[in-house]
Design a protein around this ligand. Structure first.
Ligand code: G
Ligand code: G
Ligand code: NA
Ligand code: MN
Length: 253
């Protein structure tokens, strides 16, 4: 009840912040970042999304919050570009309410125009389960986003409802290989074979694969051997504040 009260009060305040976790290329350079929301709850401290995103969704606050996230990311991309750091792609995590909102593409395009965001620079991550309530609407929304230059990723790929029939219909650029596949990849040849198969499938469908939850260099090496395109995880960096992410971009990698 207090959580609900505080969350409602936090809407429109400056209590939310985005942290950024890098996505690395095979050559060790930074391909972009994933934006992850945090809530600086007064008197409590930094709260991770798992503790308030489901409640925000339940209370119907997530469309508004999600829109704030997208605007914040557009502003960050523009800031990095004007700081001379180049055009850095950033992904946001979508919610079910956004994927069932026909208005999503239009306000995304409006924000992209307002902040001068080029095609290919704003990315969106969604899970297969988010599409389940209204798959036709979700697929239509994804096609509009993709047509407007938004890069799309299936998050936690392999854990949800992964129908091969859907996969073919989805205008998706990246599969994000779920952490659970990465965990034992360096020790279990069956897991390595499975990952290699997923990479081959993705590449056949003109998709790229990013591995999440990479924590050890053995996992990194095994994934590279499977032809994985991008890597994300604590091995490279935890999610960082915007200013730390800016420092990270300035360092050679
Ligand atoms: O940041 P962390 O790694 O603790 O993220 C936990 C979960 O919260 C992940 O599933 C992530 O996708 C989700 N999440 C993080 N930021 C956002 C956001 O801005 N919007 C939504 N809908 N989910 C988010
Ligand atoms: O569901 P999603 O993939 O968006 O989740 C992102 C979450 O994963 C964030 O909470 C982030 O902090 C966490 N995360 C990112 N890298 C790693 C990692 O290497 N290991 C573990 N255990 N969690 C990670
Ligand atoms: Na994600
Ligand atoms: Mn994920």
């Amino acid at each position: 009840v207090e959580l609900e009260r505080d969350l409602r009060a936090a809407m429109g305040s400056s209590e939310f912040a985005l942290h950024y976790q890098p996505k690395m290329r095979r050559d060790g350079s930074v391909a972009g970042f994933e934006a992850l929301i945090r809530w600086n709850r007064p008197g409590v401290g930094l709260i991770l999304p798992d503790h308030f995103i489901p409640l925000a969704e339940q209370l119907g606050l997530l469309l508004q919050l999600g829109r704030w996230v997208i605007e914040q990311v557009c502003r960050q991309i523009a800031d990095w570009r004007s700081a001379g750091l180049g055009t850095i792609p950033v992904s946001v995590n979508l919610s079910t309410s956004q994927l069932t909102s026909a208005a999503l593409p239009d306000y995304v395009f409006e924000l992209m125009r307002a902040y001068g965001i080029r095609h290919g620079c704003l990315e969106m991550e969604l899970t297969e389960s988010m599409m389940m309530s209204d798959p036709d609407l979700a697929i239509a929304i994804l096609h509009r986003l993709r047509g407007g230059g938004v890069v799309l990723s299936i998050d936690d790929f392999g854990t949800g409802f992964s129908s091969m029939a859907y996969l073919r219909q989805l205008p998706v650029n990246y599969l994000k290989l779920d952490r659970s596949f990465v965990k034992n990849i360096a020790d279990d040849p069956k897991d390595a074979d499975l990952c290699a198969g997923i990479m081959a499938l993705a590449h056949k469908l003109d998709m790229h694969v990013i591995a999440e939850g990479v924590e050890t260099s053995a996992q990194h090496q095994a994934l590279a051997d499977c032809d994985c395109d991008l890597f994300q995880g604590f091995l490279f960096s935890r999610p960082m504040s915007a200013s730390t992410a800016t420092e990270f971009l300035r360092q050679p990698h």
